[in-house]
Design a binder for this molecule. Sequence first.
Ligand SMILES: *Cc1c(COP(=O)(O)O)cnc(C)c1O
Length: 417
Amino acid sequence: MKKHDMSFETKLIHAGYDSGEFKGSLAPPLFQTSTFAFDTAEQGERRFAGDEEGFIYSRLGNPTVRMLEDRIASLENAEAALAFGSGMAAVSSVLIALTNAGDHILCSQGVYGCTFGLLKMMEEKYQITHEFSAMKSKQQLLDAIRPETVCLYVETPINPTLDLVDLTMVAEVAKEKGISVIVDNTFCSPYLQNPLSLGCDIVVHSATKYISGHGDVIAGMVAGSKERMAQISMTTRKDLGGVISPFDAWLLLRGLKTLAVRMDRHCDHARQLAKYLSNHSKVEKVFYPGDVNHRDFAISEKQMKQPGGLISFTIKGDKETAQKFMNELNLIKIAVSLGDAETLIQQPATMTHAVVPVEERFLMGIEEWLAPIICGLREPGRHPKRFRSSVYENKALTRIERNKKEDVSNCLYKKQV
Ligand SMILES: *Cc1c(COP(=O)(O)O)cnc(C)c1O
């Protein structure tokens, strides 16, 4: 079967690996090696000169890592892909490879906290400037693009406000201007959104999240044209050296097999939780792109297969109220990541976005009492009562009832049960 004939679900399991080439081994083999021996000195010379295909040294390429790269390329409908030792190694390798001193990067209004830190560092050290734009219309984009703008850097959905950017529109403007579009697709995974198919040029992922799916690996991926991937591979990846270990690549190949079933569950869970929270008197506002009242609902319908496994909400109160609520949770863990089996909650203003200055945070819409929940894989349940207890945890509930504590989480539990 040719690669492009495979369904997405089949690619998750089979793309990039042929057991026949490896003694029938059903699971992809782990090539845990730093280097590769040449048959002869002349062969070494040919490999270094690029006259002969083959592995040289694992920072330049490794068979297990290559299997992962081929699989991700196939899932993102890309010509090629590259694996990295973290999402930030992927983001930094792309941005440094694409820019020179004096260039300008136009970003969506809200990027991952460390991407924000990287942009600041590039500006301070190398005079590569950046600016944020809500990217809500063609005109808004055209007004913000400068002669020295070399790329558009987009996150959609934007964490934690879950605003969306219309990728087809952005790609059209970029094409007109002859600049590239980079999309951080971490929150969607290749299952929910494929930016390259919408006309964008480069996709990056923190593979730590949905691609791994099990909270035990830090890794990153980049996908795009063969030419662009070769350039990044032979410059920033080779010389900055943010490579992935073969073992982590092997774990990602394993995690990917269940991506589709995991994403369906994450999305179901989010759908039900969003509905529950929207009807709650102690909840001020729910941010969920699957809600018909969400301002970017139409974009989510257009470019995402499902609205994702993340929802944010604000609690009526202040920073402390939100912290108190989080402290009462038991099985929902206070942790910063996403895509794991466990359901997680965090406070962006004091955690992931603490490095972002208050004024910028205000522009991004990040209030101190905003808390995103990353929906895990526990059975959301069809029956409302069972759903509530699975989300809000019987144990925490009885403890609060017994103590008759009058705080917001108490009210949240009590009202519904
Ligand atoms: C986590 C994350 C990153 C950084 O990835 P690491 O694997 O932690 O280095 C980048 N972008 C987004 C959207 C993320 O969620």
